[in-house]
Design a protein around this ligand. Sequence first.
Ligand code: 3PG
Ligand code: MG
Length: 398
Amino acid sequence: MSPGRLRTIPDLGDLAGRRVLVRCDFNVPLEDGRITDDFRITATVPTIVELLGGGANLVLCSHLGRPKGQVVERYRLDPVANRLADALGREVTKLDRVVGPEVEAAVRQLPPGSVVLLENLRFEPGEEANDPAFADSLALLAQAYVDDAFGAAHRAHGSVVGVAERLPSAAGLLMQKEIEALSSLVEGARRPFVAILGGAKVSDKLDAIKALVDRVDALLIGGAMAFTFLAAAGGTVGRSLVEPDRFDEVREAATGAQEKGVLVQLPEDVVAAPEPTLDARRETVRADAIPAGLMGLDVGPRTVEEFAQVIAEAGTIFWNGPMGMFELEPFSAGTRGVAYAVAGSNAFSVVGGGDSLAALRKFDLLDRVDHVSTGGGASLEFLEGRELPGVAVLMEEA
Ligand code: 3PG
Ligand code: MG
């Protein structure tokens, strides 16, 4: 974490009649053009309401998906604008471009209290490249900048870093809340500190695992990523997803954890099937002895029980990543069991990542944890102790 103090909205002074560019993370899951989870939209409403209350005109911006510098029709922000308008109970004017003369003209004519949403930032190649010319043209649209996009704070992009360097800038309320909650995991976490990691690919989480062994007392590993650990240790995992090119790294991580006295718990049993389908024939088998034709798709009941015991003793919990393919009912029991254990514990609990969030929502446990982070990768990098470019740029020099 960079030294100094996070600038917040009051640092921007009187905003009445001023145009404020607000970077949001509206990167929501979509299915056939429908938003399947609007948590990232509703989470930023308090900031929008606060700024409107101060008399500002708002120019909101976000990325959606990874269109890679091109216009991709299915990633237009229209569904986001509609959902946001519902959440705010006021009109949101959606523009079809990100920057340029038409956008400048449109935002200049705004009546007081307007809310405008720019088109998907990542339609512009300058966004991910943090191109100075692109940041200049974004900065032209407003007189101040508020960053509420914690989920994108690990990206040094034009709308995250470039524009913050060009305008008076501050963190929004969501950004502030995220940093506060995650900071309490990094500094002075109540012991024991238990991290639960899941999800498909271990390669996404290896850096986090390596860093977490210096902070946590126990690491519970589920999801498909566990199979790389199990296979690297000599287990037989059938057709389960593994990343053989990571065997050395996971072995090192496991040894490193042991040396530091961190409990690393892998699944003991798994629910396996020939394929991930609703009607597949299921079997609960030992996690390190999965029959050849089967793949592990969820952690088994013994694993849930053991994980739950560790979770029940925790003083602090961080959970990122599901325990299995919980979207399919036959493979959801493991994630459900862990979700209930986390919800039922007295620990300070933080859950991050879109899939874990979706799981909590599915099991109706969202309000039973202390903090649900809108950031997946960002929350992991924060916990690793890495400086997030989008946060660093909002810090007052010490
Ligand atoms: C996320 O969903 O993790 C954030 O919105 C960042 O998106 P990205 O991983 O495509 O940069
Ligand atoms: Mg991501």
